[in-house]
Design a protein around this ligand. Sequence first.
Ligand code: SAM
Length: 275
Amino acid sequence: MLRYGLTAKKKLGQNFLIDAHVCEKILKAADVQEGDVVLEIGPGIGSLTQGILERAGEAGQVVAVELDKQLVGVLGDLFGSRENFSLVQDDILRVDLAAILPPRRDVKVVANLPYYITTPVILSLLESPLSIRSITIMLQKEVAQRMAAKPGTKDYGSLTLAVQYHAKVSVAANVPVNCFLPRPGVDSAVAHLEILNKPPVDVDREIFFRIIHGAFGQRRKTLLNALFAAGFGENKEQLAAAIESCGLSPSVRGEALGMEEFARLAEALGDLHKL
Ligand code: SAM
C-alpha cells in the first residue's frame, strides 16, 4: 500500500487481511484444487489471490471482481501476466456473473467483502442459476453464527433457514480484529457453505419462506399468534387445527422448529394464507 500510495477506503469496507495463518485457513476451507474455476470477490491487495492462483494452477481459472479502480491497477501489476487470472472492475451486486465466468463449469467462490453487503451477496449467489459448488466467505462473527445455527438457539432464525435450505454451513475459523489492517470494529469469522445438490425439503418455497418470516418476524409470540398475524388462517381455531395436524403445539415458538417441521407446516398451511 505504501508503494502505491494507497490508504484503505472505509466506504468500500477495506480491511485487508495481514495474517498468513488466517489466509491459509480460508484457502484450506475453500479447498481449491488444480483445475478449479474460482470467483474471488473483493480481492483487495491480493492477500488471498496469490494462494488461490497457486492452488488452481495453470489448468484452473481465477476470476476476480474488485470495485476499487486503484486496487484493480495494483492487482493487474501483481497478477495480470498470469494466463489463469482475469480481473473485472465492477460492483459484485451489479455484475453479470454468467458473462464473466467460463460457461458450464462448477465455481468455487472465495470472498472477503464489506460486511454490509455480505448477506445480500450470499443470498443472491445461493439463488443464482450458476453452478456454484461452495462459498467460503469472511463475515461478521455473529452473522456466521446465525448462518450455522441449530434450532432452539438464540442465533437461529430466518437467515439460518434461508442459507441452510441451499447449503451445509460450517464455521471454518474465528478471526480477531488484529488480523486486519486497518482493524475492523467487530470480530469476524470464516463461513464455508457447501452447496447442496437439492434442498433438504421438498416444499412450495414461497409458502415455506412466508411461514418462516411469519414465525420469526414476531419471535416472542407463539407460532399460532405469529402466523395468524402474518395472515395465515381465517380464524385462530382453523389455524390451530392445521398446526396440530403437523404434530405441533400451537403454543410452540418458531425458534424451536427445524427445517422439516417448517416443511410440514408449509404443506398443511398452503391453502390457509390470505393473499
Ligand atoms: N480480500 C482482501 C483481503 O482479504 O485482504 C480484501 C478484503 S476488504 C475487506 C474488501 C474488498 O472488497 C476491498 O478490496 C473492496 O474494495 C472490495 N469491494 C467493496 N465493495 C465491493 C463491491 N460492491 N464489489 C466488489 N468489490 C468490492
